[in-house]
Design a protein around this ligand. Structure first.
Ligand code: SF4
Length: 406
């Protein structure tokens, strides 16, 4: 896909504005005696403009107030304090610089009021953004596509070569209404469930670069094979599963705990093919003595390293010793730019989501990032980095060009 223009949402997509927004909302309703809301509470109310945010705050507190008066107070306060705690998300400046260098046009389309949107965009991004459109009385708000269509016209692009990047259901609907492909970012204010209809979902800004500029799979293969890993790339999940089933025929197979393998239905496929497969996620004992061990990874770096974290540690143990052949199945969402990013991914994306899945009482379930807790329920008791396959182990990466697991 050849993209000429990328249009971004602002709050929760390019900028973490929640600290300043929270302070401004609290000031905006303080004359009504409403207790201050937390950043987490405000996060759950954003997405449809400031007036709606204030109305939701009044409603949550069961207060009948004049929302226009609150909006006036909010706006005055916010104009003076909108760059106090706000900051770009990790990797955003690098992404915008790369788009600029490549001659790709950039715009912001936000439901933030227009004057503030323009000032804040200028403050943080300067000439890295070509055009900013905020909320104005003469233009319908998102998810109406009018503003997005006019931005495309202005920048000389059309729906087929434009990408829209946002963090909320409103953003995805805006893109859909304009016929534009959407990218949902998981670091913003929208919950993951509301983002599932996006054309693409990313956890880190560098993945947007992969979407726009593509991934060099030849270089990737080279980086894994020169370390001694096998490497197979598949366009679809079905192709990858068929390959794995074929490799497992006539063999005994053990599984590591893996949402990826679960989503792919690999165990069921193996059983359907009469293969001697064992998985403790299917009411069987942990099995580490098979001829093949199937697992996934929490991060695989483009430089060829494999990162896994574990609580019980059977999974990481099987990738280290006494396994003859290990097949590691991953979606492209597990790809990171380097080892450091793979470790960061394992700690701040995989571990919190797995802790949430398992209903663990650990802080990352609340904060969405690793707090290095010492809880007995901590799910990341060990982290293993495979720099090369262990001695005497045949170890292979099966990469699928789709998002799988976390
Ligand atoms: S150390 Fe604790 S807070 Fe950090 S990812 Fe593991 S369980 Fe979550």
């Amino acid at each position: 896909m050849n993209y000429k223009t990328v249009v971004f949402d602002l709050d929760g997509t390019l900028l973490n504005t929640i600290g300043d927004l929270t302070d401004a909302v609290n000031y905006g309703v303080s004359h009504l005696g409403i207790k201050p809301s937390t950043e987490q509470e405000i996060t759950g109310r954003v997405g449809n403009g400031a007036a709606k945010l204030l109305q939701r705050t009044l409603d949550k507190n069961n207060v009948q107030g004049d929302v226009n008066e609150c909006f006036k107070r909010f706006s005055e306060y916010y104009r003076e304090h909108m760059t106090c705690k706000t900051h770009p998300y990790d990797g955003i400046i690098h992404l915008l610089e790369r788009l600029k260098q490549a001659g790709i046009k950039t715009a912001i389309l936000t439901n933030k009021f227009d004057l503030a949107a323009r000032e804040i965009a200028e403050h943080y991004f300067g000439e890295l953004i070509d055009y900013t459109q905020g909320e104005r009385v003469d233009i319908p708000r998102k998810p109406d596509p009018t503003a997005l269509i006019s931005i495309m016209d202005m920048l000389g692009s059309d729906k087929d070569n434009t990408l829209y990047v946002g963090d909320s259901k409103v953003d995805l609907q805006t893109a859909k209404n304009a016929g534009v492909r959407s990218v949902a970012v998981t670091w913003g204010y929208g919950d993951n469930e509301s983002l599932k209809d996006a054309d693409m979902i990313v956890d880190r800004a560098y993945q947007i670069e992969d979407i726009i500029f593509g991934i060099d799979f030849n270089e990737l293969e080279n980086n894994f094979t020169k370390r001694g890993f096998g490497f197979k790339l598949f366009d679809t999940k079905e192709q990858a599963v068929n390959y794995v089933v074929g490799e497992c025929k006539g063999k005994s197979v053990g599984f590591g705990g893996s949402v990826t393998l679960d989503q792919l239905g690999v165990y069921e496929k193996l059983k359907d093919n009469g293969i001697d497969a064992h998985w403790h996620w299917r009411n069987e004992p942990i099995y580490m003595d098979g001829e093949i061990y199937l697992t996934s990874a929490n991060g695989i770096s483009k430089t060829g390293e494999v990162v896994n974290i574990d609580g019980t540690c059977n999974r990481v143990a099987a990738t280290l010793y006494n396994t003859k052949r290990c097949i590691i199945v991953c979606g492209v969402n597990k790809l990171t730019i380097d080892l450091q990013s793979a470790i960061e991914r394992a700690r701040n994306i995989s571990a919190p989501l797995n802790a949430k899945r398992l209903n663990k009482k650990v802080p990352c379930v609340i904060t969405g990032k690793c707090e290095d807790c010492q809880s007995p329920e901590r799910i990341c008791k060990a982290m293993v980095v495979l720099m090369n396959p262990p001695t005497d182990m045949d170890c292979e990466i099966v990469l699928v060009r789709e998002n799988l697991g976390y």
